[in-house]
Design a protein around this ligand. Structure first.
Ligand code: GUN
Length: 297
């Protein structure tokens, strides 16, 4: 039995961060200022806090300016919108990221809609999702863009391949499908209401699993030789020692016997997200300064 390849997202992300750091150096030389990324965190969710801290460190490591804004859960929507307007006007800020999810009393769409699309490094604003959907230059959501980079690195040309995206979120599933379509793949979006998911997945040369359910995609569903991108990050109790561990949306151990290649969890897609965020910030900085973006990004 042959075993598929494990795609090293961690190494790919490190290479991308190095390229971004080179691009930052060029930007500083050309403009006399550093690109700046502002991250807004509302509330104290531990996972979000860890993530935001990590973003801040990597932003600085890439040579950019990091601005962090922590606000209590109790913040009102108007106050949050005022903060975003300040960041829209701040010339030092090239990218604005509002960490999601937001507390229930705040309208997420209104907050995202208030971000200047030119600074929307998450690519969540309807202007950017519309540009992406119509095949125009856009700021593209970080996780799906990272997935496409890994797929193109593994497979080269994606044209004509059957791609199945499992999950239809605005953050991953929908933009992922648009990116695959832009690469001329034949794209199916499957989701919780899809009938006979196993056979839909079995058609695919490319499977992108982004449903947020631990090991839901079974190994035997995978067509032999398919490439699998596992976006899931699910914490589950580990029966053996009572501790918890992180698993993806794909039953990786089973899938390895079927795939050509698969991203592991952790160490696959996860590290790509922040690397692409830095890339998007650099791209936004170039656009705002009227400069062409570095060719290798
Ligand atoms: N929460 C989970 N993923 C993301 C992301 O990519 N961007 C933001 N802003 N919040 C998130």
């Amino acid at each position: 039995m042959t075993i598929g390849k494990i795609i090293d997202g961690k190494a790919f992300a490190a290479t991308l961060r190095d390229k971004v750091a080179d691009g930052v150096a060029g930007f500083v030389e050309a403009t006399g200022r550093k690109p700046g990324l502002a991250v807004v965190l509302v509330g104290e969710d531990p996972a979000s806090s860890v993530y935001v801290r990590s973003k801040g460190k990597m932003t600085v490591a890439a040579g950019m300016e990091s601005f962090e804004f922590k606000r209590p859960d109790s913040i009102g929507e108007e106050d949050l919108l005022d903060l975003i307007e300040e960041l829209n006007q701040d010339e030092r800020v090239d990218g604005i990221l509002v960490q999601l999810p937001l507390p229930k009393h705040i309208d997420e769409a209104a907050v995202i809609g208030a971000i200047d699309p030119a600074k929307d490094v998450d690519g969540f604003h309807v202007v950017n999702s519309g540009l992406l959907a119509t095949g125009q230059e856009a700021l593209v959501p970080c996780t799906p863009l990272g997935c496409i980079m890994l797929l193109k690195d593994e497979l080269g040309d994606l044209s004509g391949l059957e791609a199945v995206v499992v999950g239809r979120s605005n953050i991953v599933g929908k933009p992922m499908a648009q990116l695959l379509l832009a690469e001329s793949a034949t794209v199916t979006i499957a989701h919780s209401r899809t009938r006979d998911l196993a056979s839909v997945v079995h058609r695919a040369d490319i499977v992108v699993a982004a449903v947020g359910r631990a090991e839901m995609v079974k190994g035997e569903w995978i067509k032999p030789g398919a490439t699998v991108i596992d976006v899931g990050i699910n914490r589950i109790a580990d029966g053996e020692d009572g501790k918890s561990r992180i698993v993806g949306d794909v039953a990786t151990a089973e899938a390895l016997a079927h795939v050509r290649a698969i991203t592991p969890v952790p160490g696959g897609v996860g590290p790509m997200t922040i690397a692409v965020l830095l890339r998007n910030t650099l791209v936004a900085a170039h656009a705002r300064a009227g400069l062409a973006k570095p060719a290798d990004l």
